[in-house]
Design a protein around this ligand. Structure first.
Ligand SMILES: [Zn+2]
Length: 148
């Protein structure tokens, strides 16, 4: 029987975790620009689905994804703005969810990092899959934003 990820619910194969997949994705994105193009989306999706973001950061990242998908703002522009907005010295809120933060509702994500890992063949299909993963995550993350 294969275990499920306790955070995002993904079905994992033996000896694999979402964290290990994520780390291999980051290594790929840092070394190959063809993969690195979607870096912002990979980080956002992983962080959202693994409940790593604070309530403030969830609202913030939802806005970024919305800007990208719904308003067509280019990713480098979003990235530049994101760097300024998440600068430790400028903001009053924490990006990372604190241990004493209220638990977030569980979401049955229809796509996870495991689906990207299982289906990409090259940089192009990787980017397409991450984009799809991000659209789905943006669409399904709404219950995370309702309280506050
Ligand atoms: Zn997971």
């Amino acid at each position: 029987m294969s275990p499920n990820c306790a955070e995002c619910g993904a079905n994992l194969s033996e000896g694999v975790s979402c964290q290990s997949i994520y780390e291999s994705f980051l290594a790929l994105e840092y070394t190959d620009y063809g993969y690195g193009e979607v870096h912002m989306l990979t980080v956002a999706c992983f962080m959202i689905q693994h409940r790593r973001y604070s309530d403030e950061a969830l609202i913030w990242i939802e806005q970024k994804l919305h800007d990208y998908f719904e308003r067509g703002i280019p990713v480098d522009q979003i990235r530049r703005r994101a760097e300024i907005e998440t600068d430790q010295t400028r903001r009053a809120w924490k990006v990372i969810r604190q241990a004493d933060a209220p638990p977030l509702p569980e979401i049955a994500w229809s796509m996870t990092i495991v689906d990207v890992a299982a289906n990409y063949q090259d940089a192009q299909s990787y980017c397409e899959l991450v984009e799809r993963w991000a659209r789905i995550t943006l669409h399904e993350m709404k219950p995370l934003l309702t309280k506050s």
